[in-house]
Design a protein around this ligand. Sequence first.
Ligand code: FES
Length: 151
Amino acid sequence: MEPGYYAEMDPAKRAMLLTALYMAQEQYGYLSREAMERVGRRLGMSPREVYNTATFYSMFRTEPVGRYLIQVCEGLSCHLAGGAEDLVAHLEDRLGISAGQMTGDGRFSLQMVQCLAACGSSPAMRINDTLYTNLTLGQVDTILQDLEGRP
Ligand code: FES
């Protein structure tokens, strides 16, 4: 995002844009180019403004993802807690994919993100809208077993 761009955006317009992007993502699973263009037309914003905002936040996805999107924090606090590398390696091993990929059955996607705003409770990961903190590898296994058992 361009420096100062976001700070200069009208707060009401920014709130409408974030809400519209969230709703589009809820409906389609991710923000396709067409969805972002549609949001931009409705709000009178350029595709570039919409794209810059959508790609600024880790909660927005611009590529198709699995039913469960696992986002592992690799920010400084989580790194210092010794979590990110071990968590990702464990998840890659369990899921048979690398970070940035989706399992063949479309069930799981694995991503690295910079911060989940849970720095005081690191290491942290988010799966869809649920945040998990103070994670151990054993807890990750329990969480995955629960998700794998769902229909
Ligand atoms: S650095 Fe991991 S939650 Fe902030």
